[in-house]
Design a protein around this ligand. Sequence first.
Ligand SMILES: *Cc1c(COP(=O)(O)O)cnc(C)c1O
Length: 385
Amino acid sequence: MNHTSRLTQAVIDLDALVKNYQYIANLASNSNTIAVIKADAYGHDATKVASALSTSVNLFAVGFIDEALALRSDGIDNTILILEGPFKESDFEIAVENNFSLMLHSDYQIKWLSAMNPEFSGDVWLKVDTGMNRLGFQVEQVDDIMSKLTTQQRKKLVLCSHFSTAEQINSTKPVEQLAKLKKLVSQYHCKFSMANSAGILNWPTSHGDHTRLGLALYGISPIGDTPLSQPLIPVMTLQAKIIAIHTVKTGEYVGYGDIWQAQRETILATVAIGYADGYPRNAKAGTPVFIKGAIAPLVGRVSMDMVTVDITDLNNSDLTNTGLDNTHVDNTDVDNTDVDNIIIGDTVELWGKNISIDTVAQNSDTINYELLTRVSKRVPKVIAS
Ligand SMILES: *Cc1c(COP(=O)(O)O)cnc(C)c1O
């Protein structure tokens, strides 16, 4: 028997995932939409995500071969594209055995490719550097690389590149990057892939033969508050339980470092989630959490296993329209386990459908991608029922 005592969970809504996929795939209906599930599907559990999408998606992408092999051993048998290509010469054999496509970006990988006998039968994708300056061949190198591919490899070749500013609709850089890639594509008459999530939404001319859908698949828009024709649905809800409720007097400090001082008598809920779970330690006081239909602010420093939340205002009768049942409010006699109807054991959403992960990211000087991928191993990923 599996005993779970601490109900700190990342609840994964697979219906939302499939809906997001279908919506985005329809926006780029002339392209094949690759589901990018690297980094454990952005922290959502790659096996669960791949299983839910396996009939709608014909190509998954991960960062490196180890991630793809883990999916194979969990029974996922769709073709998988390896975005960073082989790190070892023997990765080519593994790719053949397992039906992995390889994105090649450097000379050492081309040397290994040329040394294969029989020739590498998997699909070859060539990454061209159009201005991100992280990975890929220079435009001038492409001719030489082409000459090293076999006829079969060239036939199936996909040329690709990656945007550095696709989320910035006023940037001219994406246009320049796309022009560079498209020039090569018409020169060599091959397929191409350029668009990540922001590219799909902002730059329709970049859709090409394959789009590479990451963030938006998980229900988070890479272009912030810009309205979409259909809202994306957040797939992950990070939640935890209240394990203590108590009142502190005006002037008392809360948490490590005494960085937050109560300006009034304050009712605090202590919630069983901390930075060891991936909730960011530098989340500022005021970062919202969601409890029983209402919003409450974080106060004090985030600890390893816990955070503290000011629920004083959730005890206010003027919050009756928040969905809270305030009928048994008794401000004069707060006992330590039952404040208003917020009680020990209540579920708190840290981010998900009610608290935008972007709000948490802004309050902790990071981005949604980092928060998602840093939800730690000790937080079980549970399928929403
Ligand atoms: C991660 C990744 C993507 C997906 O990007 P999103 O912004 O999450 O959509 C696409 N292409 C490559 C090469 C990537 O590494």
